[in-house]
Design a protein around this ligand. Sequence first.
Ligand code: HEC
Length: 242
Amino acid sequence: MNPLTGASQPGNTKDRIMLRKPATLAAPMIFVAAMAFAHGDTAPRAVDTTGLPDLPEEMATENPWRGAEGDLLFKAVEIGGKGFNSNCARCHGLEAISGGLAPDLRYLEANEFGDEWYLDRVLHGYEQNGAVKMPPFQDILSQEAVWAIRTYIETRPDADEMAERNSDITALRDRVKALPATASAEEVEAVAADLDKTGDEFETLSGAPRSVSALQQAAHLLRTGASHAPMATELISGLLRN
Ligand code: HEC
C-alpha cells in the first residue's frame, strides 16, 4: 500500500479509474457485468463482417467509415459492437464504459491521431515487464472488423447524459411498443423521427461527428417495417437496463 496515495497496486490504475465520471450509478453494475465476462471464453475471436463492404488490402491509417451514414453506418456499429463485446469488453467494459481494468476507450479522439494509437494497440497489443496486458489482434481481426470496432467505440453516446434522460427514453420506448404491425408508413416515420431527434442530442466523448445509440438503431429498424416494433422496443429497453 502506498502511504501517500492509498493505492495498493503499482502503476496508474488510479488515474484510469479517475477517467470515469462521478455519480454514475450504473457503473458498478457494468463493472460486475464486465467481470462476469472475464470468466467466459476469453480467447480472441474472429468477427463475421458479412454485410460490410470490403476494404482495400492495405491497412487504412484513418477510419474509413468515420462520417458514414445510413445502412453502412448502422452495419458498422452493429458488427463493431459484436466484435467489441466478444474481444474487448472483458477488459475495456461493456458499451466501452471502463470499469477501471483498462482505459476508457470512449475518450480516444476520433481523428487520424487517435486512429494511429488505436491501430498500434489493436494490432500489436501491449506488454509490460514481459506480461501481456492486452493481446495482439493482428492475426485475428480483418481490417473490416478493426474499423467496425473503431466505429462502434467512437460513436458511443455520453452514458451519463443518457441516464439523465431516462424518463424521455422510457416514453419513446412506450410509443414504439404501442405501434401496431399495421401502422402506416407515416405513423412509423413520426416515431422514428423522434427517436432520431432525441438520439442525436447525445454527444460522443471522442469528438466523432455523431453518436449512434439504440435510439437511432431502433429508428433505422422501424423504417424497414412496423413489424419490427417489438425488436426495436427490445433495443431501447436495453438502454434503460444499463
Ligand atoms: C486482456 C485485457 C484486454 C483486452 C482483451 C483488450 N485490451 Fe485494450 N488495453 C488493455 C490494457 C491493460 C490497456 C492499457 C495499456 C497501456 O497502458 O497502454 C489497453 C489499451 C488499449 C488502447 C489504448 C488506449 C489508451 O487510451 O491508451 C486501445 C485503443 C485498446 N486497448 C483497444 C482495444 C480493443 C479495440 C480491444 C478488442 C479488440 C482490446 N483493446 C482488448 C487491456 C485489454
